[in-house]
Design a protein around this ligand. Structure first.
Ligand code: ZN
Ligand code: ZN
Length: 286
C-alpha cells in the first residue's frame, strides 16, 4: 500500500513524531510512505511548519530513512497552501529544499476584502461566488507548474451537491494530464462529515469525498491519481486506503502514482493491499 499524505506534530494541529508515523505505517503494511506536513504559510502560521523548522523536519525524515532502510520507502513531502499570490514564496521553498513530493491544496478561498472562506466552513460553500473563486484558484494551481498533485480538490462536496462540483470541474479535468499534476484521492473524506442541506447539520455518512461521480470524467481525461490517508495522528496512517481502492477500482481506477524526487511512479491500483491498514475493518473481518 502507498500513503502519500501524512502529517506529524510539525503541523501543530497534528500529533506524532516522524518516527511514530513511520512505525505505524510499518505495522499497517504501508510500503511507500510520504510525509507531507503543512508548509509554512503566513495566513495560518500556528497550524503550519515554521520556516525555522523546515531543516529539522527534513532531518527527522532523513534519520528515519536510514533507520528503516529496506523495510519501507520513506519520501519527503510538503503540503503547500495555494492562494493567488503565494507563487513566489512556494517557489522559494521548493528551490531551497530537496523534496520528493509537493502537494498544492486550497484550504482558504479569498473573497472580497479580508474575508477568507475556509473549506471546512461547510455552510458557506454552496454559493456561486465561493465556487467561482475556488475553481479559479484551482485553475491557477494547475497552471502554475509548482506542484505534483492537488490535495483533496473535491473536498467541497462536503457542502455542495456533487453534480454542481462536477460542472465546475469539467472544464479543468484535462488540465491534470496536460500539466502532469495528479488528482489526490484523499481517504480522510471517508471519515469526514457532509452537510445535510435539509437539516442544515453536518452528518456522518461514511464517505464524503473522494467524489465517485467525478471519477469517470477524470479517468477519461487522462488524470493520474495519488492516494493518501491525510493522517493527523499515527493511528490514522493508512486509514481508509484499502476501502477507497476497493470502491474505486470497479469505477475504472487502474493506476495509482507516487512521486520520488518529483518524478511520478505508477503502480497497478488493483495490486495495492494493506491487510492492516484499516484496524476497524481488520477487526470486523476476523
Ligand atoms: Zn489539506
Ligand atoms: Zn493534509
Amino acid at each position: 500500500m502507498i500513503d502519500s499524505h501524512t502529517h506529524t506534530f510539525y503541523s501543530k494541529h497534528a500529533v506524532g513524531s516522524v518516527d511514530e508515523v513511520v512505525r505505524s505505517a510499518l505495522e499497517r503494511g504501508i510500503g511507500v510512505l510520504t510525509l507531507t506536513d503543512h508548509a509554512p504559510f503566513h495566513v495560518d502560521s500556528r497550524n503550519r511548519l515554521l520556516v525555522s523548522e523546515l531543516d529539522s523536519y527534513l532531518e527527522d525524515i532523513e534519520r528515519a530513512r536510514s533507520a528503516y532502510r529496506g523495510d519501507i520507502t520513506i519520501l519527503r513531502g510538503l503540503e503547500f497552501d495555494y492562494l493567488p499570490g503565494s507563487y513566489e514564496s512556494t517557489a522559494r521553498m521548493l528551490a531551497r529544499h530537496d523534496l520528493d513530493f509537493a502537494i498544492g491544496s486550497i484550504h482558504y478561498v479569498p473573497m472580497n476584502g479580508h474575508d477568507m472562506v475556509k473549506v471546512w466552513e461547510l455552510g458557506r460553500l454552496n454559493d456561486p461566488a465561493v465556487l467561482e473563486r475556488y475553481f479559479a484558484s484551482l485553475d491557477e494551481l494547475l497552471e502554475c507548474g509548482l506542484f505534483d498533485a492537488v490535495g483533496h480538490a473535491d473536498t467541497l462536496v462536503r457542502g455542495v451537491p456533487e453534480p454542481v462540483i462536477c460542472s465546475y470541474m469539467e472544464p479543468l479535468a484535462a488540465a491534470f494530464a496536460r500539466h502532469g499534476i495528479a488528482f489526490e484521492l484523499n481517504a480522510s473524506g471517508l471519515r469526514k462529515t457532509t452537510l445535510d442541506p435539509l437539516l442544515g447539520q453536518e452528518t456522518e455518512t461514511g464517505w464524503s469525498f473522494p467524489s465517485r461521480v467525478l471519477m469517470p470524467m477524470l479517468i477519461e481525461a487522462g488524470a493520474s491519481f495519488t492516494i493518501g490517508s491525510d493522517a493527523h495522528a499515527p493511528g490514522d496512517v493508512g486509514r481508509g486506503l484499502q476501502s477507497m481502492i476497493d470502491a474505486l477500482v470497479p469505477l475504472g481506477l487502474r493506476t495509482v502514482s507516487y512521486f520520488e524526487e518529483r518524478r511520478r511512479i505508477d503502480v497497478d491500483a488493483a495490486s495495492l493491499t494493506a491487510p492492516a491498514s484499516d484496524p476497524a475493518e481488520a477487526r470486523a473481518a476476523s
